[in-house]
Ligand binder design. Structure first.
Ligand code: GDP
Ligand code: MN
Length: 381
């Protein structure tokens, strides 16, 4: 789960990290009154769950209240990479001397949290990572020992020469590690970590993603979820207890079991197709889940065919078939649907599918090829 910059900054503040003060607004009048109470130049910052807001025009400096009015008006409602800005952070603007990068991710290779720092921070950090990776310094932290002070100092010394700055940065890196650890984050980032002309180190941007599987024990963070800011299809999938990941292809996939879902997507790619999603309806067979899955998939305008691949073990094929019939009745799909159902109660399932003139394919290869053929047909015709 992603949280907004202003929410990540609340966690930073609780950990004692230096963050410029600010408040959130959902309309221009509130933005103006927050700026008035700050009483100094401010930044107007779009709160959306994507990076690169600055480059997209979603982060603006406002010298005075008039400028706040103008930028708040422009940024609220703005579209940034497909997400509509509904909230803006009005935060004290600071004077910047240097911009660094500090991030922590869970690294699956070392099985450790890895801290990354770079003196070349700011909005072009992706380019730094791609073109000059040697400018990014990494440290894998032993999760049992935690981050030691000397390690934090060593990392900080890659960012600054001035010992006063190194000390401040070392403290911030330690505090960031605490935030990462205490929130069960999969990623935390400060980009940029800045220095001011009077020698202060501050975190002026904040990013934090939390492991969904830990939300049950991180209630305060779970409550930060902003449904407004999430992909509606993914919200519906989660509420329907489906694992769903939206992709860019045109073949909708409904599969039971994560492994089979991955294998099905591999096969779609192997035969030259593009899956529109990963979707695992899970082990239990509930016709309602199939209906929800179908509704989510059909709401994607890119879809040209739907591929349903069910291996009936605990999942009963007849229940899935009933769900498919329900979906035909309720959603009246306009795109072709191909099915392969095999295993528990397969014969009953075939009978049920006859009601909507569907036939279960004989092999997985064939059903995948058919889904691809139909998707391409639609593109030509
Ligand atoms: P992002 O584009 O989504 O990463 O948003 P950031 O919060 O990182 O802002 C982008 C850039 O705007 C930063 O790298 C800074 O260069 C600039 N910026 C953000 N806040 C301030 C500020 O308070 N003062 C100044 N001078 N620049 C800022
Ligand atoms: Mn940033």
């Amino acid at each position: 789960m992603k949280i907004h910059e202003y929410q990540a900054k609340e966690l930073f503040l609780q950990a004692g990290m230096p963050v410029p003060s600010g408040e959130i607004a959902t309309n221009v009048a509130d933005a103006v009154s927050i700026a008035e109470s700050i009483g100094r130049p401010v930044m107007v910052k779009a709160q959306v769950h994507v990076g690169g807001r600055g480059k997209a025009g979603g982060v603006k400096y406002a010298e005075n209240v008039e400028a706040v009015r103008v930028w708040a008006q422009k940024i609220l409602g703005m579209d940034i990479k497909g997400l509509t800005v509904k909230k803006i952070l009005i935060t004290e603007a600071v004077e910047i001397v240097t911009e660094c990068y500090v991030g922590i991710i869970l690294d699956r290779v070392t099985k450790c949290p890895v801290i990354m720092v770079s003196a070349a921070g700011g909005i072009d950090i992706e380019e730094v990572a791609a073109n000059t990776p040697e400018k990014i310094h990494k440290l894998a932290v032993d999760p049992i020992l935690g981050l030691k002070d000397y390690q934090a100092r060593e990392l900080a010394s890659k960012l600054y020469k001035d010992i006063k700055l190194v000390r401040q940065a070392a403290k911030i890196i330690s505090q960031l590690y605490d935030v990462y650890w205490m929130s069960d984050a999969s990623l935390v980032e400060i980009n940029p970590l800045i220095t001011t002309p009077d020698g202060k180190v501050l975190a002026i941007d904040a990013k934090l993603n939390v492991d969904d599987n830990a939300l049950y024990r991180r209630k305060a963070i779970a409550e930060m979820r902003d449904l407004d800011a999430e992909n509606p299809a993914e919200v519906e999938a989660r509420e329907g207890d489906l694992s769903f990941v939206k992709l860019d292809g045109n073949i909708g996939c409904i599969v039971n079991g994560a492994g089979l879902a991955m294998a099905t997507m591999d096969l779609v790619k192997y035969y030259g197709g593009e899956p529109a999603n990963f979707l695992d309806i899970g082990g239990s067979s509930n016709p309602q889940k199939v209906l929800t899955a179908m509704r989510i998939i059909l709401s994607d305008p890119n879809i040209r065919s739907v591929l349903i691949n069910i291996f009936g073990g605990i999942t009963r094929c007849d229940d899935v078939a009933t769900g498919i019939v329900l979906a035909y009745e309720e959603l009246k799909p306009e795109v072709p649907i191909v099915v392969r159902l095999t295993g528990t109660n397969e014969a009953q399932a075939r009978k049920i599918l006859k009601q909507v003139n569907l036939k279960s394919a004989d092999t997985l290869d064939n059903v995948v090829k058919e889904a691809i053929r139909l998707a391409k047909l639609d593109e030509i015709g």
